[in-house]
Design a protein around this ligand. Structure first.
Ligand code: SIN
Ligand code: MN
Length: 219
């Protein structure tokens, strides 16, 4: 019985942490990796992040207000205004970004590296009608580190493209608790969120979707 349990937990861990549920253009998608209780705990931790670093809607370099609201935790936060996309070491209110909550860091350490922590946890909040156009994550110094993405709340239609801006794309629905690793050939692939399906999750009090992306920023 003991051996069976041991085998079981080993197998489960192998499944959970090493084998993606599906791989699309080398985006490794782990469906439902974060259990509901842990999702709620992460949301509770994020409430404190948002209290210290309130959400804001960045302006794109071409002058449009983004439809997502965002904030960050960690050494750097991602920021954009008419001067361009970049990482900054303070919230626009002037204070340093809050620390990345340990539970979120734990996921990175388990899945990506237990020797190099991410410098930024970008928190994107999508309410009804919010989307994110096809883009590359390329403001970091070293692309050998993957970006780890965590979805919480309402379902979202995630579009996966190519390294080039053009060409055919494929879409997958991301649900609450899904984790995506964007590394290797997926690291510089275009991706975006076409839309969210409101009311599909009750995780967030006010509805909507949170996406967290953990990034190593410095070389
Ligand atoms: C992002 O690309 O920064 C966010 C992706 C997502 O919301 O799933
Ligand atoms: Mn991105």
């Amino acid at each position: 019985m003991y051996l069976l349990t041991l085998f079981h937990s080993y197998f489960n861990n192998m499944y959970k942490f090493n084998t993606p549920t599906l791989t699309v253009r080398n985006f490794k998608i782990f469906k439902g990796m974060i259990e509901p209780a842990q999702q709620s705990e992460i949301v509770n931790n994020l409430r404190e992040v948002v209290r210290q670093a309130p959400m804001f809607s960045p302006i794109t370099p071409s002058g449009y207000k983004m439809t997502v609201k965002m904030t960050s935790a960690g050494k750097y936060g991602w920021y954009s205004d008419v001067s361009g996309y970049r990482y900054v070491d303070c919230h626009p209110g002037g204070k340093p970004w809050p620390n990345i909550p340990p539970l979120i860091l734990g996921l990175w350490r388990k899945l990506i590296s237990d020797t190099r922590d991410p410098d930024c946890c970008l928190v994107n909040y999508y309410q009804d009608g919010a989307k994110m156009g096809l883009h590359q994550d390329k403001d970091e110094a070293d692309f050998k580190w993957p970006v780890l993405s965590i979805s919480l709340g309402d379902d979202a239609l995630f579009r996966i493209g190519n390294i080039e801006r053009t060409g055919k794309t494929e879409s997958v629905w991301l649900n609450s608790g899904d984790v995506v690793i964007m590394g290797e050939s997926a690291r510089l692939a275009h991706h975006g969120i076409d839309r969210i399906k409101t009311g599909t999750s009750r995780l967030l009090d006010k509805g909507g979707r949170i996406n967290l992306t953990l990034r190593v920023v410095d070389a």
